[in-house]
Design a protein around this ligand. Structure first.
Ligand code: NAD
Length: 359
């Protein structure tokens, strides 16, 4: 199938079945309701392990081709993330083509929810960039196939993501530096928002020294005051003398330019898509830097949304999220044994779990 990018037929056409990011996706749904201004895409990548769980992103995509690329890439990433997190869930994602600051209406979310409902539970939605718990409450007025609402689950997943990142930093430091406690280590945190802020607080409570940065002073100052962290310029954070570098802001931060400048022995943080290119995992390994694969260490949020066994008990859920430590330790050991980067091993573990479920 070939769809046309917005505008005239003379504009660039994009292919769907032959799209470079189409990784054997099971189903792609194009949703439109002109009465409420809804344009959305839902991609179900793989349901071998269970229904496809993945959030809904609201973003001002310049073209429909961009929205398609994003939903294909993000949904395939959710399959890997859910598989390695040990969830009995497949991977999916939705994107709504709209401006989160201007275009939100209850009618738009209700219309979106009707499309989710039509999939009869093959896709379960939740929050993502640009979409809040209040928006998902609107979705839950129409469909049961939603989690992370005020009635279902434990609410905002970010504190669980932060807890998992903190536990993951402990596991990575233990493996690479041979220490039993992170008290006394120095951790450099890039971005102290919903995840990086609470990660800083957990680390400070455990006795780590912190170096932090953020492009927003209103995010930075409360963390500096609460933790005694030293603040540096955003451009310098990956270059500072530290034991651990924790990217908690942007994707693509680990690349051919930044990796040679790193001084930390461990990279472990919340940001999605930290490696700019697949080969950057190997680049880190050759420098002797231990990398905690992003989608493994930042899975606490999706675990809190997707593991229904503990959804009435926050403490039990924190213990479940802390199992990220065991997963990372297995990945690090296998990476050492096979002489490969942890990023490659994580991908293999996801593929193996799905393949064995297919047998
Ligand atoms: P957020 O927007 O609350 O926080 C990001 C912070 O980074 C903000 O304070 C922002 O000002 C800062 N920032 C942006 N650009 C920066 C730069 N160039 N230098 C320094 N700081 C910069 O987002 P979040 O929810 O905390 O998520 C952080 C990262 O973790 C993202 O990559 C996100 O995709 C990923 N993640 C989040 C969750 C979750 O549960 N929220 C789950 C998995 C992954």
């Amino acid at each position: 199938m070939t769809a046309l990018a917005s505008g005239s037929v003379h504009e660039m056409a994009f292919s769907v079945f032959d799209h470079p990011e189409n990784k054997s996706h099971e189903q792609i749904v194009f949703c439109e309701d002109r009465t409420v201004g809804l344009k959305a895409l839902i991609a179900i990548h793989d349901t071998t392990l269970g229904p496809a769980l993945g959030g809904t992103r609201m973003w001002r995509y310049e073209t429909e081709a961009e929205a398609l690329t994003d939903v294909l890439r993000l949904s395939a990433g959710m399959t890997q993330k859910n598989a390695v997190a040990g969830l009995d869930l497949g991977g999916g994602k939705a994107v709504i083509v709209a401006d989160a600051r201007r275009d939100k209406t209850p009618a738009l979310f209700h219309a979106f929810a009707r499309f989710v409902d039509r999939l009869n539970g093959a896709y379960i939605t939740a929050e993502d960039v640009g979409v809040t718990l209040a928006d998902m409450d609107l979705v839950s007025n129409v469909t049961d196939h939603v989690t992370g609402t005020s009635k279902k689950g434990l609410g905002d997943p970010s504190p669980f993501t932060a807890w998992g990142v903190f536990k993951g930093i402990e596991a990575a430091a233990r493996h690479r530096l041979g220490i039993s406690s992170i008290g006394g280590l120095t951790v450099a945190i890039q971005g102290v928002g919903h995840v990086g802020g609470p990660v800083a607080r957990h680390l400070a409570e455990a006795g780590a020294s912190l170096i932090v940065t953020d492009i927003h002073d209103s995010h930075l100052q409360p963390v500096v005051e609460a933790t005694g962290a030293r603040a540096v310029n955003p451009a310098d954070i990956h270059k500072v003398e530290a034991d651990v570098f924790a990217p908690c802001a942007l994707g693509g931060i680990l690349n051919a330019q930044s990796i040679p400048e790193l001084k930390a022995a461990v990279v472990a943080g919340a940001a999605n898509n930290q490696l700019l290119e697949a080969g950057d995992g190997e680049r880190l390994r050759r420098r002797g830097i231990l990398y905690a694969p992003d989608y493994v260490i930042n899975a606490g949020g999706v675990i809190s949304l997707g593991d229904s066994r503990y959804q009435s008990d926050p403490e039990a859920m924190r213990n479940r999220v802390a199992q990220i430590q065991d997963t990372l330790s297995k990945i690090f050991k296998r990476a050492d044994d096979e002489g490969l980067s942890p990023a490659v091993i994580a991908d293999r573990m996801a593929e193996e779990r799905i393949a064995s479920a297919r047998d």
